[in-house]
Design a binder for this molecule. Structure first.
Ligand code: ZN
Length: 162
């Protein structure tokens, strides 16, 4: 089921979110939610999406398989944390389903290490570079109430109807 995406400004996009445990993840409700969140991401042409973007205040995000390390499966991350693996940061253009029509350049770490649970409650740990690392930093920012426009420069507007 496609869910409604909240857009800025909305207090649900600006707050801390709740961690999930293996028991939370084992419920049918949570499995259905993850499927709906993924469907919403694809229906909106997103490369990633975070639970608070659809008004669910939990620490969970999805990265589309084509932009993640595991090309055969969408990446579900629960309670994700990351640390930089190199000091290099690079500028790159970003947009956001919750900030429609706005784009801008954001400086992100080029290489990071992520620690999280997967959708089954198993620990996952991996390294990410370049665009994959950028998407991860963007989505994990959402879980901390941060939007890309807080960090972006050269912000511009494109009306998708044009
Ligand atoms: Zn976003």
């Amino acid at each position: 089921m496609k869910l409604d995406i909240l857009t800025d400004p909305n207090p649900l996009l600006r707050q801390a979110n709740r961690d999930l445990n293996a028991a939370d993840l084992a419920t049918e409700e949570m499995r259905n939610f993850i499927a709906s969140l993924t469907e919403t991401m694809y229906a909106s042409d997103g490369v990633g999406i975070a639970a608070p973007q659809v008004g669910k205040s939990v620490n969970l995000c999805v990265i589309a398989k084509n932009f993640s390390n595991s090309k055969d499966k969408d990446l579900v991350l629960v309670n994700p944390e990351w640390e930089k693996r190199a000091i290099a940061k690079i500028w790159g253009e970003e947009g956001c389903l919750s900030v429609p029509g706005l784009y801008g350049k954001v400086r992100r770490y080029k290489k990071i290490r992520v620690n999280a649970l997967d959708e089954y409650g198993q620990t996952v740990e991996f390294e990410a570079d370049d665009f994959f690392a950028r998407v991860l930093q963007h989505e994990i920012d959402h879980l901390n109430g941060i939007l890309f426009i807080d960090k972006a420069k050269d912000i511009y507007h494109i009306d998708k109807n044009l």
